[in-house]
Design a protein around this ligand. Structure first.
Ligand code: BGC
Length: 756
């Protein structure tokens, strides 16, 4: 047992270190370790992937350690966790990850990844939670809390606007400030403000032309000055472009080791006066703080219960499965005489995580076929592979075997999905299609027996239009981690009543998605031309058809909603209350989703946006009163004129739904808002003046005194001309011949309008 307090006490502050020692401290010693300074007793700490398991490289493994790491529980990847819509569950996963990391001597686990799923094509969507920042922020914060409760640090990644893999080390994400703040940074802001991750990992890409690793606006003004981040910024592995600039911008730790090359650049810059040594001290101090936290959290005797974690992985996977459609064929019946056909290689050979740096070597691996057999009781279960995952194989023979198995069955379950090679870190997908051979197989099976349940295994959404309407049931099984096979069996046999909800829309076609024409960009730039309208925000604004909407997911029971009540909350937000009744005969979970619209907003807003949710267990026949607090910070929009968040006063329409398109009731509440309006200037239009609570009456008064005068006063009093006049800036109007407003009056007006 390490005496952590004694070790911590030995840790020196930057002031006691030489410039060379400080420079070395702010970069890695190896691929995964920070640099030690033995002279003053600073040990090195171990950082490793992440996010859904501990990927600790084996001694002597290749430098990336992918596929050759110490076995660890492979929990469901983020794509599945996001569908649980349950922060409490993610916190438990975080605790378990923390225990495993601690048992392996890992001080920082590199996750969670909470980038927004801007396009279904992003190759790394399986590592991200949602297309919505409220979900990403809530769930990300819960995972960080759980992990850090065990004395292991999180690394919130990839900060920021890393929404594609194409050209990820160079591409500039060109994003306007409102979508950047309201969509792409909002989740990060929530996690930082509510869970204080020990580290934030800056991404590889550039944002509006500037590398994240050397972006002072991002790493210092926003992250630290605005959000109050107290931890350390670490580079993504190899993300540093210019070490000196990065340090100045707020990048504290470069990973992995540069072999001392960039450390020497820091030392030289201090020596020639181009780098203030205080900047290096600051970064070195943050590294020392991180080392100290890791040392305090370490426990050489720590271990974990692999069986219990496997059971947790199964529970979480079961809670992440989304039942998209059910014509009544599910749950399957484990009864004597019942013949169930299981078709598809994925039932036997599970795809349970994505490829790249997050790839865990699992402690064990369930497959759905064995687990279905285990739960089938007296039912008779037959299997046909139907296809070979990599597309090889005799399609005709495989199909005819599958068809004969289907013909002889009462129920058919077909497992389809994406081969591992189709989606990975490092490149994007080019389409969202399932392999053609699998779709052909499904068609043949559907023709033989219509009682087909399709179970999908995929990290990014796949197109289901074209056949989903003919399947009797459809289960979105995502990538469910090492216990996913058991979880699928639990859901299919009704041991678990499904409660997962889509955290991303399933479009009819990839061409329908908002970013389609702006993904993945070209010549080093990707333009986020769709602005705020990402995912359901876009589909709902255009009233466009989708295969399955955001928030959708069925249960084996049904829920009814009572009247929605919404009142202004104490903190400037809104308190929403609604009664939810389980009207079926099974216990179940409902995810109550609260969407908000601001019809009279001064700025463009999506038709409705998720602002809060609650995940509640309701027993069969029981009712529960659900309260969801919508925080003022989540209701605010980012005012680009004032460069500040603004909570508008006025009417907020609160709509409660079971998906973004299954809306069950709404209520309207009037909020006072924060009373902050953009200052009026002589450049503000007459319309802006007249709509302003102080400026309006002032200008109105000035014009009334000059009623009947020629020019602008006359235009404003003519209903036919008024709208045209409203777009004229005050200064231009004041210069019209016959204007009733003098320059002096203008100055007085502006001063009076902005006086508070
Ligand atoms: C990935 C990170 C990962 C790191 C270390 C990078 O390529 O983007 O997510 O944590 O490698 O493996």
């Amino acid at each position: 047992m390490v005496d952590s307090s004694a070790r911590a006490a030995r840790l020196a502050r930057a002031a006691e270190l030489t410039t060379e020692e400080k420079a070395s401290l702010t970069s890695g010693a190896s691929f995964w370790e920070s640099q030690a300074v033995d002279r003053v007793g600073i040990p090195s700490i171990y950082l490793t992937d992440g996010p859904h398991g501990v990927r600790k490289q084996r001694e002597g493994g290749d430098h990336l350690g992918i596929g050759d790491s110490v076995p660890a529980t492979c929990f469901p990847p983020a794509v599945a966790l996001g569908s649980s819509w349950d922060p409490e569950l993610l916190e438990r996963v975080g605790v378990a990850l923390g225990q495993e990391a601690k048992a392996e001597g890992v001080g920082v686990l590199l996750g969670p990844g909470i980038n927004i799923k801007r396009s279904p094509l992003c190759g790394r969507n399986f590592e991200y939670l949602s297309e919505d920042p409220i979900i990403s922020g809530r769930l990300g914060a819960a995972l960080v809390r759980g992990l850090q409760s065990q004395g292991v640090g999180a690394s919130l990644k990839h900060f920021a606007a890393n929404n594609q893999e194409t050209d990820r080390l160079r591409v500039s994400a060109d994003v306007d400030e409102r979508p950047l703040r309201e969509i792409y940074l909002r989740g990060f802001q929530h996690v930082v403000e509510h869970a204080q991750p020990w580290t934030v990992m800056c991404s590889y890409n550039r944002i509006n032309g500037v590398y994240a690793s050397e972006n002072p606006w991002l790493l210092t003004s926003v992250l630290r000055d605005e959000w109050g981040f107290e931890g350390l910024v670490v580079s993504d592995w190899g993300a540093v472009n210019d070490r000196v600039q990065a340090l100045v911008a707020g990048l504290d730790l470069e990973m992995p080791s540069s072999g001392g090359v960039t450390d020497a650049q820091l030392v030289a810059a201090v020596a020639d006066g181009s780098l203030d040594e205080a900047v290096l001290d600051r970064a070195a101090d943050r590294v020392i703080d991180l080392v100290q936290k890791a040392v305090d959290g370490a426990d050489a005797s720590a271990s974990y219960d692999a069986d219990a974690h496997h059971a947790l992985a199964r529970e979480v996977a079961g809670r992440s499965v989304v039942l998209l459609k059910n014509d009544g064929v599910l749950p399957l019946r484990a009864e004597a005489g019942r013949r169930i056909a299981v078709i598809g290689e994925f039932a036997r050979t599970p795809r349970y995580q994505g490829a790249g740096s997050s790839q865990i070597v699992p402690t064990r691996l369930d497959n759905a076929l064995d687990e279905l057999r285990a739960l089938a009781g007296d039912a008779e279960l037959s299997f046909a592979a139907g296809y070979v995952i990599d597309g090889d194989g005799d399609a005709e023979a495989l199909t005819s075997e599958a068809v004969s198995v289907a013909e002889a069955a009462d129920d058919v379950v077909v497992f389809l999905g994406l081969p591992a090679a189709d989606e990975s870190e490092g490149f994007d997908r080019e389409h969202i299609e399932l392999p053609a051979a699998q779709v052909d197989l499904l068609e043949a099976v559907l023709a033989a027996n219509p009682r087909v349940t399709v179970v999908l295994s995929n990290g990014g959404v796949v197109r289901v239009s074209g056949w989903a309407d003919r399947a009797a049931a459809l289960v979105e099984g995502w990538l469910l981690g090492q216990a996913g096979g058991g979880a699928i069996a639990d859901v299919l046999f009704g041991v678990v009543n499904p409660s997962g909800r889509l955290a991303e829309t399933i479009p009819l076609r990839i061409e329908d998605t908002a970013s389609y024409l702006n993904f993945p960009g070209e010549k080093g730039h990707v333009r986020y031309g769709e602005g705020l309208f990402v995912g359901y925000r876009d589909f709902d604004a255009r009233g466009a058809a989708v295969s399955f909407p955001f928030g959708h997911g069925l249960s084996y029971t049904t829920f009814e909603y009572g009247e929605v009540e919404a009142v202004a909350g104490d903190d400037g937000g809104i308190r929403v209350t609604v009664e939810v009744r389980n009207t079926g005969d099974r216990d179940g979970r409902e995810v109550v989703q609260v969407y908000v619209s601001v019809p009279a907003s001064a700025v463009q807003r999506p038709v409705r946006e998720l602002k809060g949710f609650a995940n509640v267990a309701v027993a069969a026949g029981a009712s529960q009163t659900v309260t969801v607090e919508l925080a003022a910070e989540d209701l605010a929009y980012y005012d680009i004129d004032r460069q500040a968040w603004t909570l508008e006063g006025g009417e907020y329409v609160v709509t409660v739904g079971s998906s973004s398109r299954d809306l069950r009731g709404s209520a309207t509440v009037t909020l006072p808002g924060d009373g902050v309006a953009a200052p009026l200037t002589v450049e503000s239009t007459l319309g802006e003046w007249l709509n302003h609570p102080v400026g309006g009456p002032l200008l109105g008064g000035a014009l009334a005194q000059a009623a009947g005068a020629e020019g602008i006063g006359a235009m404003l009093s003519d209903p036919g001309l008024r709208r045209m006049a409203e777009s004229i800036p005050l200064i231009r109007a004041a210069r019209f011949p016959g204007s009733p407003v003098t320059d002096e009056q203008l100055d007085q007006l502006v001063a009076a309008a902005n006086a508070r």
